[in-house]
Design a protein around this ligand. Sequence first.
Ligand code: SAM
Ligand code: SF4
Length: 337
Amino acid sequence: MTAAPTTDGVLVDRYGRVARDLRVSLTDKCNLRCTYCMPAEGLPWLAGPQLLTDEEIVRLVRVAVRRLGVTEVRFTGGEPLIRPGLPGIVAAVAALEPRPRISLTTNGIGLARLAPALRAAGLDRVNVSLDTLDRDRFSRLTRRDRLADVLAGLAGAAAAGLTPVKVNSVLMRGVNDDEAPALLRFALAQGYQLRFIEQMPLDAQHGWDRATMVTADEILTALRGEFALTADPTERGAAPAETWLVDGGPARVGVIASVTRPFCGACDRTRLTADGQLRSCLFATDESDLRGALRAGADDDEMARRWRTAMWGKRAGHGIDDPAFLQPARPMSAIGG
Ligand code: SAM
Ligand code: SF4
């Protein structure tokens, strides 16, 4: 691989894309077992010493923000709210100069209690995952009877000012694919911004099937049965969601069509796993070991150099449609969604 130019202060790849959005996985563990993500019995979790410590996470985020031009930091997992040090990590990242925008992707369990402290620590916004409003369905889909906790988490986030509160929904055929209009009605009534995510081949069980996945077109057709959707005049930029105005606006709905309308050409992401491996893409098949370098005593210059080199090798696209496509060895929950 050609080495990246070492003098640049940004994470640029050979296709000219600049990564400004860092996704940091804080744990691979979770308190739900969504069927499209994890098996019922869970996964072989990372051992304690493999995980980055809170201080190591902050150090790497500091390198990204101070030396590599990262302006957005999103914490995810697994379930990031189960990491005890989360408020402290958020506070340390919020103290960086220049201060990045800080957000969290969560299943919402425990958010009702934690939202005020996270807001006080400097968290700007949250994305809460919610695939159904029906309690029995929720229990089947996530294998846990926790719908009430998620709804309370959403309300708590809004009350704490973690706004705009975004809701992420994955639809699955024969499970919750009839719920798109109901989810949008709910989001409109509560003032949340709803985005549907096409299911991707990132489940630990390798059960994803292109032929049966619910597509963006199907979701939009279902929504149009009840709502008028018109083109959103705002610039999309590197946002993964394509958005539409609902009934003339200002409310919007989004669809993240990673599979049927890939947006790799505008991707601005770089990713850090909970065990300190750098990934240039959700679908990357290789990783760069920042934890090893860090624990071997590398200084910030060296960490930044490794980060730039890894991002320079980012592939043009995820290649899901390529007959030679290989699902990454790590599932979504271990990469950080
Ligand atoms: N546990 C948190 C949550 O559920 O929001 C954060 C991690 S989760 C892996 C992040 C997002 O990825 C969630 O919105 C989830 O619905 C989504 N997700 C998980 N597996 C997926 C898959 N195979 N395809 C598309 N989205 C997926
Ligand atoms: Fe947990 Fe999120 Fe995966 Fe569901 S999607 S099992 S909440 S990590």
